[in-house]
Design a protein around this ligand. Structure first.
Ligand code: KG4
Ligand code: ZN
Length: 498
């Protein structure tokens, strides 16, 4: 219960990362701004992951010696233009390292560190430390979460207005053992009773990923357990397949001699909308490790847009500003402020939130002037609520439009090419916890001429936590895939292979 309490507290993972040293690099899911020097060249960003890893390493060491400057704004905005689309955008072949667990034909996976017996349910310890929450969970392969623990870093990052990588790394180091121990205790199991270990290895903040990964590697080697290096986005997506509501289900029948029966909330193939602090993507999910990207953000992610709006309105952002914006929006009129819907002239499935962010700022500033106030922060609660509601309304409208277009495209493709039909949508990632988004997207699905099924994990399982690593590892193991613990690396940028 204690773990569950922690869990609920931590459902608002914040994703702005704050610079602590003197150069800049961008990870695939999180912006790390070190304000004083020039940006890395795009070629070094895309091809030399080792170089960027050194940057991350140096950021960690210097940040621990030097106190970060509070809420420092990044400079060289025009330089950043060069990188539009690089940080969180779709992989269009520009990355050297991609996630490829094998099985592109759906079958040929490799169990590099072996597999547990799969003819009866097995248990996996999952570890997650990709950003600002240290999570661990023990999950059984029939989808039952046996024990969890999550240490949130909200309070640590709140005063800086975003995630400070060096502080996050230190906090992960302080909490990792405790969190693993607590998850095991809550599951009433010891480490030797666990059948395998899964840990997030990317994308994320490299110095943070390393904390969880090194601990998981130690445990896997010491206890001789199969090991899975989990892809964080795949883990978000696969949460849509976790069979919820079956906590009583303890007897699982063998499906074949080798593998036990597997019940899933959703079956492949399906369309996924991944909306988190670092990502905003639409993709066709065909199987484990088989994702075909239909659209991605060309600048900010949806979570980032929520976080920036929260900061503009002076709302708490330590654990991500989304929940605070959502709560305040309930008191406002979503039609009160005119804001432009992004990318009206681009007839594709990509997203953009940078323009909306500027429009929200300008609208807030206009109100401030009308009210004769010194700062946006001085606006009354009703004005702020109207801004929050109008922003949320348009931000979701953009998603609705892109989603409808993706669905049209998929339906047309299917008509032309046949093949297995995609008629279900999974909404995953931290922003999927937003109730307004959930109900509006449900309506999109219902309103289609051939109606779509929609599945969204419960809000607390949308944001980062240990169960997602454990469940993703289970899914990999069920298809016969595992990695070697010895030598496992972590990857700040880790796009799906095309
Ligand atoms: O998936 P997540 O925990 O971390 C990443 O992998 O990025 O997502 C965190 C993001 C943050 O931007 C946070 O503000 C947003 O999800 N978020 C929400 C809500 N809960 C979390 N945004 C809008 N409404 C929410 N209820
Ligand atoms: Zn995440």
């Amino acid at each position: 219960m204690m773990a569950l309490g922690l869990f609920f507290l931590a459902t608002t993972a914040g994703r702005r990362t704050i610079a602590t040293t003197t150069s800049t690099c961008i990870s695939s899911s999180h912006k790390v701004i070190r304000p004083t020097t020039a940006f890395l060249s795009s070629s070094s960003l895309s091809h030399h992951r080792k170089d960027t890893s050194k940057q991350h390493m140096s950021s960690s060491s210097s940040s621990s010696k030097q106190a970060p400057k509070k809420k420092k704004k990044s400079r060289g905005k025009d330089l950043r233009r060069e990188f539009i689309g690089m940080a969180k955008a779709v992989d269009r072949g520009q990355f050297a390292i991609t996630y490829n667990p094998g099985g592109k034909d759906g079958i040929s996976f490799e169990a590099k560190s072996g597999l547990p017996a799969r003819n009866k349910p097995f248990v996996v310890l999952g570890i997650e430390s990709s950003c600002d929450d240290t999570g661990a969970a023990v999950v059984r392969s029939d989808g039952v979460i046996l024990g969890e623990s999550l240490a949130s870093q909200h309070d640590i990052h709140e005063e800086w207005g975003g995630v400070v990588p060096g502080l996050a790394k230190t906090a992960h180091e302080e909490k990792i053992d405790l969190v693993i121990e607590e998850a095991l205790q809550n599951a009433n199991l010891t480490m030797s009773e666990v059948d395998a270990i899964g840990v997030t290895v990317g994308p994320g903040l490299e110095i943070c990923l390393r904390v969880g990964c090194e601990r998981a590697k130690d445990l896997a080697l010491r206890y001789k357990k199969p090991f899975v290096g989990v892809h964080h986005l795949e883990a978000h997506i696969l949460m849509a397949r976790l069979p919820f509501g079956n906590l009583e289900r303890v007897e699982v029948q063998p499906a074949t001699e080798e593998v036990h029966e597997a019940v899933h909330a959703m079956s492949f193939p399906f369309l996924a909308l991944l909306v988190s602090g670092g990502h905003c993507q639409l993709m066709k999910c065909l199987g484990i490790g088989r994702y075909s990207i239909i659209g991605g953000t060309i600048d900010d992610s949806l979570g980032e847009a929520f976080d920036k709006t929260a900061r503009l309105l002076g709302l708490p952002v330590g654990g991500g500003g989304g929940p605070a914006v959502e709560a305040l929006a309930k008191e406002g009129d979503p039609k009160s402020i005119q804001l432009p819907i992004p990318l009206q002239r681009r007839k594709d499935c990509d997203f953009s939130y940078a323009g909306l962010k500027t429009a929200v700022r300008m609208a807030a500033d206009k109100l401030r002037l009308e009210r004769g106030l010194e700062s946006i922060d001085d606006l009354c609660r009703q004005d702020k609520a109207n801004i929050a509601a109008s922003f949320q309304n348009v931000a979701i409208r953009h998603i609705e439009q892109r989603l409808n277009r993706a669905m049209d495209m998929i339906e047309n493709e299917q008509e032309e090419e046949g093949g297995e039909k995609i008629q279900s949508l999974a909404v995953v990632g931290g922003v999927a916890a937003n109730l307004e988004l959930r109900s509006r997207l449900e309506k999109v699905c219902d309103d289609r001429s051939t109606s779509w099924n929609m599945f969204v994990p419960p809000p607390r399982l949308c944001t980062d936590q240990g169960s997602m690593s454990a469940w993703a590892a289970i899914e990999r193991i069920m298809v016969g895939s595992s990695d070697q613990a010895d030598g496992q690396e972590v990857y700040a940028r880790f796009p799906f292979s095309a």
